[in-house]
Design a protein around this ligand. Structure first.
Ligand SMILES: C[S@@+](CC[C@H](N)C(=O)[O-])C[C@H]1O[C@@H](n2cnc3c(N)ncnc32)[C@H](O)[C@@H]1O
Length: 263
């Protein structure tokens, strides 16, 4: 198995394990996905709709209610899809697939919606190519993703502790804009939203990331357990960021709409 296939399996397993805890920990994910949904114009009437990286299906259901059409939920993690299927038997179909290799016919979709999933693709370009291929002329890819600066406090705190990469690397805004401009779409819009969350203790943030299944998959991650001493050192390092609201965690979210041109 290639390194990339192993990482995909790890991502799928990690999210699959988190399926039953995800919804309780996903307040920020709801806000960010809601902001993406709000960017779609009110008079837009897509017929064939897919929710890519649908997770527990929250936005699959929201799209289904909003447009009154069946919405295909696609995810890498079978555990997430099983949960989504059980929670919403009337919605779907639910399809296990990788955003970088979609099992969909060319030109078959009007709207591909994807919230906080594509930052897990090692090759965003491939996912953009797949979305382009599977959209009809005039179709829309609406997605959001995290860019550089996200979870930077955690990254810097770990850096002080052991120098290993513990936090996923996020693409720079400049690199993202270059990819979007080169992806072949007729139009694109990309806006950056900054979200600053606060936690009373570091353990609340780390517990939340675990409940979401958002584990680090970068090469260079350390193996083995996190020792008590390292955790204490991390807590001390993170405390330097404390402000009057608590321990901050920054997220930089790119909200993107891409329109495929006419044939
Ligand atoms: C943070 S969750 C977001 C779930 C949902 N969109 C939401 O907003 O609640 C990310 C989801 O993307 C899925 N995912 C990650 N990489 C993927 C890939 N290459 N193809 C399809 N889904 C992927 C994960 O399995 C996970 O369910």
């Amino acid at each position: 198995m290639t390194e990339q296939a192993i990482d995909k399996r790890r991502i799928a397993e990690s999210f699959g394990r988190a399926a039953t805890t995800y919804d309780q920990a996903a307040a920020f994910q709801r806000t960010v996905g809601g902001n993406l949904l709000a960017r779609l114009s009110a008079d837009y009437c897509p017929v064939a709709i897919a929710d890519l990286g649908c997770g527990t299906g929250y936005f699959t259901r929201a799209l289904h209610r909003h447009y009154g059409r069946p919405v295909m939920g696609i995810d890498l993690a079978e555990g997430m899809l099983q949960f989504a299927r059980d929670a919403s038997p009337d919605c779907g179909p639910w399809v296990t697939a990788d955003a970088e290799a979609l099992p969909l016919r060319a030109g078959s979709q009007d709207l591909i919606f994807s919230s906080l999933a594509l930052q897990w693709c090692a090759h965003l370009q491939r996912a953009l190519n797949e979305a382009y291929r599977t959209l009809r002329p005039g179709g829309c890819l609406a997605f959001n993703t995290l860019v550089e600066g996200s979870l930077d406090e955690l990254r810097q705190a770990w850096q002080q502790v052991d120098g290993f990469v513990h936090v996923n690397r996020f693409m720079s805004e400049t690199a993202l804009r270059e990819l979007l401009a080169d992806a072949g779409f007729a139009q694109y819009r990309c806006e950056i939203e900054q979200h600053l969350l606060h936690y009373g203790q570091l353990s609340e943030l780390t517990r939340e990331l675990k409940a979401l299944g958002a584990h680090n998959v970068n090469p260079g991650r350390p193996g083995g357990l996190t020792g008590r001493a390292r955790l204490r050192a991390l807590t001390e390092a993170y405390e330097h960021f404390r402000d009057n609201k608590g321990l901050p965690a920054t997220y930089q979210v790119a909200q993107i709409l891409l329109i495929k041109g006419p044939a």
